[in-house]
Design a protein around this ligand. Sequence first.
Ligand code: NDP
Length: 298
Amino acid sequence: MTDDASSSLLDGRALAQAVRDDVRADIQAWTDEGHRAPFLSAVLVGDNPASLAYVRGKEKDAAEVGIDTNTYHLDADTSQDALLERVHALNADDSVDGILVQLPLPDHMDEHTVIDAVAPSKDVDGFHSENLGRLLRGTPRYIPATPFGILEMLSRSEIDPEGMDAVIVGRSTIVGKPLAALLLRRTANATVTVCHSRTRDLAAHTRRADLLVAAAGQAAFIDADMVKEGAVVIDVGINRVDDPSAERGYRLVGDVDFAEVRPKAAHITPVPGGVGLMTRAMLLKNTLQAARLHAAHA
Ligand code: NDP
């Protein structure tokens, strides 16, 4: 057991603020050199409340650090061709550094087609197949914000994954797979296992993890029995559970049973207040990088 439970918290709020402060200072230096402010365009299709909230959060963060934004809000029944036209116009617009198409898209659209229509040099989400290929090769251009945020959290907390048994639960293209590639790099040197819904005896894997990353989207399903004493536990999951006592009628919980696991873990991220805030902060870092890339190629 960790004696001082409070020492184990990886505070996403404070760490994300530190990232934003750094990005704001870097942008100030960038504009002091005579460059215009970085510019991020977001495209949102439909009225998914979570997506609306995410885009508003991104706009607010961008304003805080000095990134200009605009958001194109298209109707849910917009055709895929109309969306692609919008993306092509943003690709061609030299005043736009970064483009993000908020996911998920409506069912009548093909996400891969839309993501691959974004110019790879403006793909600040890092989801374009070219950027994912570069990540796998070990020469990333933009690192997808969630795995990037996890690495940043670890490094700012002086947790070195070298030699660790890292177990990731979830193999999505936005979290599990890119994180596995990043932890395998010679700069991280973890030994990586990726689990999924067909993994036999999940607990046998999670129990030997020095670094456990839960990204399955299953409320509080990682309990204390599944976690090794002294592990670093990163909870990516964001799940709504009914809670009549809450104003909204629900509350957000992670994939990890926080109360049970916290005393056993050396470090743990809370939900909310953990990886989600880091994800938002790393998008800002990628947008500044996009502005630098465009200035270099202008
Ligand atoms: P996906 O649904 O794309 O992927 C979930 C993965 O978890 C799949 O690989 C799935 O396996 C696996 N999985 C599901 N249930 C189990 C189980 N019981 N045991 C083992 N593996 C399981 O989700 P995302 O990667 O998009 O998101 C995962 C979670 O993270 C969600 O709660 C999401 O809201 C949250 N999220 C949080 C972010 C943040 O910034 N904090 C950013 C992005 C996502 P299989 O492949 O076999 O189906």
